[in-house]
Design a binder for this molecule. Structure first.
Ligand code: GTP
Ligand code: MG
Length: 309
């Protein structure tokens, strides 16, 4: 279904919507009235349009039975470390957002690369027999590293690279457009992992100063809901986002760091993993605020082969 198929959307309105980044029915369905008014629609038309988009993608109540069926379709993807998988209740889940946060060098990008490889493994080897999309905002995607990890898993590295869709996001608007595009190509490319590495760097760079904080959080919030609904839920995909931490000089006891994006990111992510460096190749992963898993910690390693116990 295209946005032109929605009632009241002619070529002109469609062009306006696309220009503002609302290029899919999902994005219109999850827009707020205020956002569509900003595009130039009247209030009544905005409400009508959102409703018809929501009907179009069947976004309302469903039976408990349908809900159960959907939950049963959740796939678990191995990280490469059994310890880390156990911490997560069996691996990274589809239909969920997993946030990896920690300082530089803590292993966020390495885990993201590993998941893009592992998703291509057969299910009995901890994979999902599917493919990955990698949205790279920091220019740290490395095909050479994918090749090393693929070889270590006995996969054909060329095949693994061919099955990985990579895009560099140049700013936060581009990042949003790429996520919408990802939703469009998810089925065609059999996508079960979407990586956004990193979620927050562009937002952080573009919205500086106290005055723009609310706007930044609102946009980040919209982006996370887009990931959850149009990719996680709709395509049964595991969404992986990375997030840097910032220093909190006001915290006197405990760990004086906190993830960027604050509470909005915290409440939207289904799993949050705090990563820190240990000795040498050791890393410590801590699960935080998971809805149905106890908080806990584990140790894994980053080796030449990738993520290991
Ligand atoms: P930022 O993006 O800077 O915030 O950090 P990050 O958390 O994404 O760190 P990343 O995942 O890039 O981890 C980098 C660390 O992984 C390096 O310091 C190395 O310890 C390790 N690493 C990266 N590549 C290799 C590799 O090819 N072999 C081995 N053995 N270790 C590697
Ligand atoms: Mg990184």
């Amino acid at each position: 279904m295209e946005i032109e198929d929605l009632s009241g959307v002619g070529d002109k309105v469609a062009e306006k919507l696309r220009g503002a980044g609302f290029s899919t029915v999902e994005s219109v369905a999850t827009a707020s009235v205020g956002e569509l008014k900003a595009v130039g629609l009247g209030e009544a038309s905005a409400i009508k349009l959102i409703n018809s988009a929501q009907e179009g993608i069947n976004m309302g109540f469903e039976t408990g039975m349908d809900f159960k069926k959907k939950r049963e379709a959740i796939g678990k993807l191995s990280t490469g470390s059994k310890e880390l998988d156990t911490l997560l209740g069996g691996g990274v889940e589809t239909q969920a957002i997993t946030e990896l946060f920690g300082k530089y060098g803590s292993g966020k990008t390495q885990i993201a690369h590993q998941l893009a490889v592992n998703v291509q493994l057969p299910k009995k080897e901890g994979g999902l027999d599917a493919n990955a999309i990698y949205i790279d905002t920091e220019n740290t995607f490395r095909p050479e590293r994918i090749i090393q990890m693929a070889e270590a898993k006995g996969l054909d590295p060329d095949e693994v690279l061919k099955n990985t869709q990579v895009a560099r996001a140049y700013n936060s608007d581009h990042q949003i457009i790429l996520a919408e595009k990802a939703a469009e190509i998810a089925d065609e490319h059999k996508i079960k992992v979407l990586v956004v590495d990193s979620l927050t760097s562009h937002f952080r760079a573009e919205y500086t100063g106290r005055g723009s904080l609310a706007e930044r959080q609102q946009k980040l919030n919209r982006f996370l809901h887009l990931l959850q609904r149009s990719i996680g839920d709709l395509h049964n995909t595991a969404v992986i986002v990375t997030n840097q931490v910032m220093s909190r000089p006001d915290i006197m006891f405990g760990d004086p760091t906190t993830p960027i994006g604050g509470h909005i990111v915290g409440h939207t992510s289904t799993f949050r993993i705090y990563l820190r460096k240990g000795k040498g190749e050791h890393r410590v992963a801590k699960l935080i605020d998971s809805p149905n898993m106890p908080d806990g910690e584990c140790i894994f390693r980053i080796t030449g082969n990738g993520i290991e116990d």
